[in-house]
Design a protein. Sequence first.
Length: 120
Amino acid sequence: MMKRRDFIEQLSVASAMALLPGWAFGNSNDRISAFAKKLKPVGRALEMEGYYVWCNSPIEGPDGRIHVFFSRWIASKKMGGWINGSEICHAVADTPKVSLNFWEPFLPAWAGLLGCYYLS
């Protein structure tokens, strides 16, 4: 007799294959757009030693320079440090292809409070 858990797992797989036959049986290259195939990794544009950096939001400012707003928290707080250790920072570059110059945190972490910020 089949166990309930095994039945549910098999039913889930069969349902997914029926609903998404291209994903189940197609060539993985068929699912990638021509645009996506042209993309190449460029590495990390913004790193700060001793910090986790997250949620980069670049904009071109009225001065023609690239302003990047991002969240960071001290790496010693580990991955859960964003909850009460995030601060929003600002970096600037003359063009998108040159190194960013870090300016300052402008929204500091709220010690002891829910200090997570979302940039989107």
